[in-house]
Design a protein around this ligand. Sequence first.
Ligand SMILES: *Cc1c(COP(=O)(O)O)cnc(C)c1O
Length: 403
Amino acid sequence: MAVTREDALQLDARDPLAPFRERFVIEDAHRLYLDGNSLGRLPKGTRERLHRVIDQWGSELVGGWHDWIDAPTRTGDALAEVLGAQPGTILVADSVTVNLFKLVNAVLDARPELTHLATDQDNFPTDRYVLEGIAKARGLELTIFEVDPLLGPQPSDVPDGALTVLSHVAYRSGALADIAAFPNDRLIWDLSHSAGSVPVELEAKGVRYAVGCTYKYLNAGPGATGYLYVREPETLVTPIQGWFGQARQFEMERPYEPAPGISRFLAGTPPILVLAAVEEGVRITAEAGIEALREKSVAQTELLIALHDQWLAPLGFTVGTPREPHLRGSHVSLRHPEAWPICKALIEHADVIPDFRGPDSVRLGIAPLYTRFVDVYDALDRLRDLVERGVHREVDASVSRVT
Ligand SMILES: *Cc1c(COP(=O)(O)O)cnc(C)c1O
């Protein structure tokens, strides 16, 4: 039976998470933002918190460090609740890229039995680049194996003896890996596209090492730091020896000795304003509850795929994301040979914000904290209308620097 707009409105009316939307800055209700998996919206609480931290800088000056010094581990502990980890195992600092560099080198230094590196062809580019660079610097072999994007990497793909980096949710196809089925003793998981939308359960699933991002579903803002998880932090030593990771940091002139616990992975001075934003983003996620967020996200991606089948399949679209809800994360890629001009037309002529992921995907992200069912309905309705009328054939299809 065809899905109607009234159905979508009913789903919103029954949605227990609906009130969270009010806690985000939404200046233009006509613009349908389906890119929260690239950059989450601004929580109103974050705007207020950042003003307070700026005022604290103004009034306390260097004395503020008494409060700020613990921010990377305090924020890490808050995030540990969302990701199902023990306190003291997550550090919020540096970009995902830098964290991955630190973690891969630290694991290789500590575990000589891991003699090469691996990842999959569909993994996020920065993960592949970091591994290529480390492989070159250390003279190691790097295996980049092919996967079916609709299945994502499988446990049997992981080579013996290789330290392997995989994404929990694939950035393009949205395939969700069954973490517990993998050989976690030699895996580093990238949680960038799952943290805040899918239960991760680091402890229960047996994960040893992970990195991830906070500006996507965790809504920490542009350029917000990533994080790093190590189940047993003191088994590793960071390759970047900096004064913030030093034991007894302020007894300056001593030789380098790694700090106890996860803070040994700090390098230089952490970005305090950013950490305050991460803390707020994590707080609102924890308040909603990851199980409730997941339930809503699944219902919304189901609606999206149903509308695709109803309206878009006849227009040449296919679903580039697993159809079984338990095998996908919170975004759906719709594939079409003219995906790039379609994305441009959506932004310029339909007030819908997707993103384009090459070669042929219109990627639509569901951020269950603030995306409504009716947003999904209207976005797909506008997409259908636009392609039916051929609007995408009239846009300037030149490629811009950011897609
Ligand atoms: C977004 C994303 C990143 C981002 O890395 P940064 O270094 O923080 O820019 C890394 N990995 C994956 C899988 C991502 O989706």
